[in-house]
Design a protein around this ligand. Structure first.
Ligand code: DGL
Length: 267
């Protein structure tokens, strides 16, 4: 039995990260958990995001995983130090890999970061980027409407370009040459974002960034047996499965619903 890599996200968007890892590591077993009962994390307080992230991580640790990937940018921006207290296995969020790539891409050191309200409020990306490149000027912006557009499957609808123009006008004015797509859903809008900002702005997809990080950790493990995929959600399996098939380009099998908590309410 192979030990799997565990990946969690607030919902379905983390499948962009899952897809990148599956492509890069065909022999690894992957277990994905999407917290569809409590999505979105973006507008929630840091304490709530930490509490949910710890519960998600505990569930995956119970499955005997060897590495934990936090695909959710909002969780990665506040919960990593808390998750590291739960286990000694490698626990990797998307902020550091994405920031490293952004700094390596940028020539003029004017870097944009877009994400959920929670991610932007945490300043996790700007702190990480400025730690790597103290002269960098970071322009951060929350784009909350991007998530529902993607979940609705409207990334090619004219409204997507309209909303991208509205949000990203300040980025254009600030003359950035690199933009971090700091949310699981945003890579699915990258063609629209690129069209608006033009080819001279490089887009950083944290899914790719994390793949490179994992290469260093896992490169020797190739046993020739195709890796198995397992998917767990905390609610709405049908909605998850339908958006998932759009993101992954294939139907899901091995999807199960789990309950992470007994009961929270007080009468
Ligand atoms: N997965 C979240 C992120 O990457 C986006 C969706 C949400 O708000 O939960 O930040």
């Amino acid at each position: 039995m192979k030990q799997a890599i565990g990946i969690f996200d607030s919902g379905v968007g983390g499948l962009t990260v899952f897809k990148a890892i599956r492509q890069a590591f065909p022999y690894q077993d992957l277990i994905y958990f999407g917290d569809t009962a409590r999505v979105p994390y973006g507008p929630k307080s840091p304490n709530t995001i930490i509490e949910y992230s710890v519960q998600n991580a505990r569930f995956l640790l119970q499955q005997g995983i060897k590495t934990l990937i936090v695909a959710c940018n909002t969780s990665s921006s506040v919960a990593i130090p808390h998750l590291k207290k739960l286990s000694n296995i490698p626990i990797i969020g998307v902020i550091d890999p994405g920031s490293e790539i952004a700094v390596s891409y940028s020539k003029n050191k004017r870097i944009g970061v877009i994400g959920t309200e929670g991610t932007i409020r945490s300043k996790a990306y700007s702190t990480a980027i400025q730690r790597l490149e103290p002269n960098a000027k970071v322009f951060s912006l929350a784009c909350p409407l991007f998530v529902p557009i993607v979940e609705e499957g409207w990334q090619d609808h004219p409204i997507a370009l309209r909303i991208v123009q509205e949000y990203l006008k300040p980025m254009k004015d600030n003359d950035i040459d690199t933009l971090v797509l700091g949310c699981t859903h945003y890579p699915l809008l990258s063609h629209v974002i690129q069209k608006y900002l033009g080819e001279k702005v490089k887009l950083v997809d944290s899914a790719d960034a994390i793949g490179e990080h994992l290469q260093e950790l896992l490169s020797v493990e190739q046993d020739g047996q195709p890796g198995k995929d397992s998917f767990f959600v905390s609610d709405n399996e049908d909605k998850f499965a339908s958006i998932a098939s759009r993101i992954l380009g294939t139907e899901l099998n091995a999807l199960k619903r789990v309950q992470l908590f007994e009961s929270w309410f007080v009468d």
